[in-house]
Design a protein around this ligand. Structure first.
Ligand code: AMP
Length: 425
């Protein structure tokens, strides 16, 4: 079905064309017409399905149909659980609204509040916010939501998990009852059903094939490796230039820092994404990864949840995920839009039990692979020595570590700070 049969405004169709989308995704086909018709809607779909456009395109179509004089304060409020997701939604909305004259602002913690206060007071048309900071600012009488027409709760299940329900309730109390409410969640649980009763009026339910199973396009491999050889194995694998945009998952924040330092030491440009880093550092790490300024991004599960980055070539589960759902989320970052991606899991002898549970969960066995040319018998060396040793090996082979060709817009600078502390101890 072509986009133009969904009833979207011509200017928005133009922007969609500019984005290079040729046809709507299933969630878009199912959700756009009822939203344009004015229904509340609950969409059961994960990140990566095109859900942001599924709610943004029809809302923008409805705004485009309103006469300019009809403006009164903020008209659209999107609430999302993390700052990264808020920024991502903002980027999407700006792209789709590029031929409309609308104002868009974001509200989230960890950055200065003055620009956010100014935007709220100015009655910005579309506000995308994390619940905590928004409630804080509204509590100090910033912002006028009395004319709000559209409320979107994105990743509602995560917001419940993160304990945001009381804040969301307080925010919703400040918006008109006569509004259109759209909610998106990866799962339809009892708690989510309760939320729909609380916030929505006879919503349409649109459910897009739950991805309990990882995408078919992802090749999943397991590398069995003793714990102390994980750093060396990661470096060994990264010699393959095909691993040109790699998301590495670490269980712990300090582990993520250690991995990143070790890679930087070997001349591999690396960023980190975890909650100990400031908001600006997190945004920069993400942008550097997107632009190609860093080749590897090391992240923890919470920081990476919901992040949408095109073109990730490989996901490496450096630490085996704690929960089966995390595995599915992690590897969902690659193999998107039908590109072939690889998900690589390091499995230590201690992880074997969890690997079996995971295989039961996803309903299939994962292929075990041995890394060609990797010295599995290297005994008990500390990670630092392995990173150092590897560099010497690379130098002696004249490889110097593969570099990723710059993608358009890539800054090309050495990223991640390169503090070298890992090797200076
Ligand atoms: P989302 O599920 O909203 O995080 O979107 C996942 C990715 O799919 C984003 O990078 C969008 O730019 C992209 N996308 C959204 N709709 C389409 C479409 N109809 N065709 C191709 N890509 C799309």
């Amino acid at each position: 079905m072509p986009f133009r049969s969904l009833g979207l405004d011509a200017k928005i169709l133009h922007a969609v064309q500019d984005a290079g989308y040729t046809e709507p995704t299933p969630i878009q086909t199912a959700a756009i017409p009822p939203i344009i018709a004015g229904h509340d809607l609950i969409g059961i779909a994960q990140t990566g399905t095109g859900k942001t456009a599924a709610f943004t395109l029809p809302i923008l179509t409805k705004l485009a149909a309103q006469p300019p004089g009809a403006r009164r304060g903020t008209r659209v409020l999107v609430i999302a659980p993390t700052r990264e997701l808020v920024v991502q939604i903002e980027e999407n909305i700006r792209a789709y609204a590029k031929y409309l004259s609308l104002t868009v602002a974001t509200v989230f913690g960890g950055v200065g509040e003055n620009p956010q206060i100014r935007a709220l007071r100015a009655g910005t048309d579309v506000v995308i916010a994390c619940p905590g900071r928004l409630l804080d600012l509204l509590g100090r009488r910033n912002g006028d939501f009395s004319g709000l027409q559209f409320l979107v709760l994105d990743e509602a299940d995560r917001m419940l998990d993160m304990g945001f329900l009381p804040s969301i309730r307080q925010i919703v109390r400040q918006v008109p009852k006569a509004r259109q409410t759209l909610m998106f969640s990866a799962t339809l649980s009892k708690e989510i059903e309760a939320l729909t009763h609380e916030f929505q009026r006879t919503p349409k339910i649109v459910q897009i094939g739950r991805r309990a199973n990882p995408a078919e396009t992802v090749t999943q491999l397991v590398y069995e490796v003793p714990k102390h050889l994980k750093p060396a194995l990661l470096l060994h694998l990264l010699r393959d230039p095909k691993m040109d945009m790699v998301l590495v998952f670490s269980r712990m924040k300090h582990g993520a820092d250690r991995i990143a330092r070790g890679l930087e030491q070997q001349g591999i440009r690396t960023g980190t994404l975890h909650s100990n880093r400031s908001q600006n550092q997190r945004l920069r790490a993400l942008n550097d990864f997107k632009s190609g300024a860093v080749r590897v991004l090391v992240a923890t599960d919470i920081a990476a949840r919901g992040i949408d980055v095109d073109g990730i070539s490989h996901v490496v589960n450096y630490d085996f995920p704690m929960h089966c759902e995390d595995y599915v989320h992690r590897i969902g970052r690659t193999g998107r839009a039908n590109a072939i991606g690889d998900a690589i899991s390091f499995v230590t002898p201690e992880d074997q039990g969890e690997l079996r549970s995971l295989e039961r969960f996803i309903g299939r066995g994962l292929v075990r692979k041995r890394a060609e040319g990797f010295n599995y018998s290297a005994a008990g060396a500390a990670p630092v020595e392995h990173f150092r040793g590897d560099r010497q090996q690379q130098r002696s082979h004249g490889q110097g570590g593969p570099q990723r060709p710059q993608r358009p817009g890539g800054g090309g600078r050495a990223a991640g700070g390169g503090n070298g502390r890992f090797g200076q101890r």
